[in-house]
Design a protein around this ligand. Structure first.
Ligand SMILES: [Zn+2]
Ligand SMILES: [Zn+2]
Length: 494
């Protein structure tokens, strides 16, 4: 008990004036820890102990048991009780509510410490009614300080990268980040408290109103100070804040642990769930679009073959380069972008597909004819870029609709051996009816077996693994009668 004007100790006095400065005082204007103060009768020194929650006498006026005089506690001589030091009689006040006396900085640090390790005590000290505005000020100050500290590494990085514009380069992002943290803190806490109190209100009674819940959310934001630690801070800080908030809501509103937990966790759970949902959705949408784009490329190649065949008695070109030399297919359409191939790293004979594409039309025709002539008579499949062509020997308007005419297959000779994207785990095949089927890579061998049955039904030899087919080494098989008849190979024999 000290003079509110000059801080002089007011113990052991019969006078009701400060001996130092003369300011009047009454003991009832002070609060004490219960039973920590002796109240002595001013007439006979009989001792009484303050047992009320604020350390006052109950009742505050009575007849003295020794001298029988009527006494009031404000007349009495006060001393710390036996075994109590003076500072042990002082009622602990919530640091933030005492910031005028302690100083804002010290009060703030004290609150951070309490929010981190003694969150329940914060709510024991916070008044059930009122102090909501103070709690909001604390939350605003904390989120600004923590936000600014957390951003320092990033700002240093931005600063280091923008030597060209030294003026204002830190100020602008700094102001932006500060505003962002402030706004998100205010909106976030407002929403969080509203939802938490809604859950509490639905699930039963509470000790205080929504202001009490906001006290808990605002004061527990002190635990968010952990966010200022680089890297792991934001995650740890938010978890710590949540745990402190649960404890503060539990103590502050005198509700069970389960209710407090549900109330506090509902909003974060909703945010996490919807974030996961949105990410999943966008990944799925992107994957679908990507897969479609990839099969579109195979569709274009199959279309080119079929368009050529329509004008050539339903036979595919002798070599796929013919499609390019005739302008039916663009050279880059023969490199699948999911394999990261380009016309520069796909080999075509002595040069690259790019060399072929940049040659004069007449030279392209010559090279395409030469490539066609270089294919063996019993060719089953040949490759250009990332596509293996498998229509040899088939009449495309008479064959089964499911006959494969082109298989997408990463060029094993491509000079850039970048691993394919995860989406390259499937393979597209173009069919004689112009449709495209997407086959997972692990199912390719089985699909190939089924396809070879289709081929056998029209007398075509089985296809090998498309990955074994290169530009210079087409797949060849046992001579089939059809091939002999249509090519006139017997002319070479006498
Ligand atoms: Zn004084
Ligand atoms: Zn007395």
């Amino acid at each position: 008990m000290r003079c509110k004007n000059c801080d002089y100790r007011l113990w052991n006095l019969t006078s009701r004036q400060c001996p130092e400065c003369g300011t009047p005082f009454v003991p009832s204007a002070y609060s004490f820890v219960p039973n920590s103060v002796r109240f002595c009768c001013p007439h006979c020194s009989q001792e009484y102990y303050g047992t009320a929650s604020n350390g006052h006498l109950v009742p505050d006026a009575f007849d003295c048991v020794r001298c029988n005089r009527h006494v009031h506690m404000d007349e009495m001589v006060l001393l710390p009780a036996e075994g109590f030091e003076e500072d042990q009689t002082e009622v602990e006040r919530l640091a933030w509510l005492d910031r005028g006396k302690r100083g804002v900085v010290r009060a703030w640090f004290a609150m951070i410490g309490m929010a981190l390790v003694r969150p329940g005590r914060v709510m024991e000290l916070a008044p059930v009614d009122g102090a909501v505005g103070s709690a909001w000020w604390f939350a605003v100050a904390t989120s600004m300080i923590v936000g600014c500290i957390a951003m320092i590494p990033t700002l240093v990085l931005i600063g280091a990268m923008s030597f060209a514009s030294p003026r204002g380069f830190v100020a602008a992002p700094f102001a932006g980040v500060t505003c962002f943290f402030l706004l998100s803190a205010l909106v976030g806490i407002a929403l969080w408290g509203l939802i938490a109190h809604g859950v509490l209100a639905i699930s039963g009674g509470t000790r205080g109103g929504i202001g009490r819940t906001y006290q808990a959310m605002c004061f527990s934001s002190g635990a968010n100070a952990v966010t200022a630690i680089p890297c792991v801070g934001p995650y740890l800080g938010f978890i710590w804040w949540t745990v402190s908030a649960v404890i503060m809501v539990k103590v502050g509103q005198r509700v069970g642990g389960l209710r407090a937990t549900l109330a506090v966790l509902l909003l974060p759970a909703l945010v996490i769930a919807s974030t996961v949902y949105l990410i999943t959705l966008s990944v799925r949408t992107a994957t679908t679009a990507y897969t479609q784009a990839l099969s579109t490329q195979t569709t274009a190649v199959a279309d080119a073959i079929l368009r050529y065949a329509e004008a050539h008695d339903y036979h595919g070109p002798d070599h796929a380069l013919v499609l390019v030399s005739q302008g039916i297919l663009k050279p880059e359409q023969l490199t699948a972008f999911k394999y990261a191939s380009t016309t520069q790293n796909v080999l075509v004979g002595d040069g690259t597909l790019d060399d072929f594409a940049s040659a004069a039309p007449s030279e392209q025709l010559r090279q395409a004819s030469a490539a066609a002539a270089a294919l063996p008579e019993d060719v089953i499949a040949h490759r250009v870029g990332d596509y293996v062509f498998t229509y040899h020997g088939a009449t495309l308007n008479e064959c089964p609709a499911g006959l494969w005419i082109v298989i997408e297959s990463r060029d094993p000779q491509a000079t850039t051996q970048t691993p394919g994207s995860p989406l390259a785990a499937s393979v597209n095949v173009g069919k004689a009816d112009g449709s495209v089927e997407t086959i997972p890579k692990h199912g390719l061998a089985q699909a190939l077996q089924a396809q070879n049955l289709v081929r056998a039904s029209i007398g075509l030899p089985p296809l090998p693994d498309p990955a074994t087919v290169t530009f210079g080494r087409p797949a060849v098989g046992p001579t089939v009668p059809v091939a002999v008849d249509t090519t006139g190979i017997s002319a070479g024999a006498p």
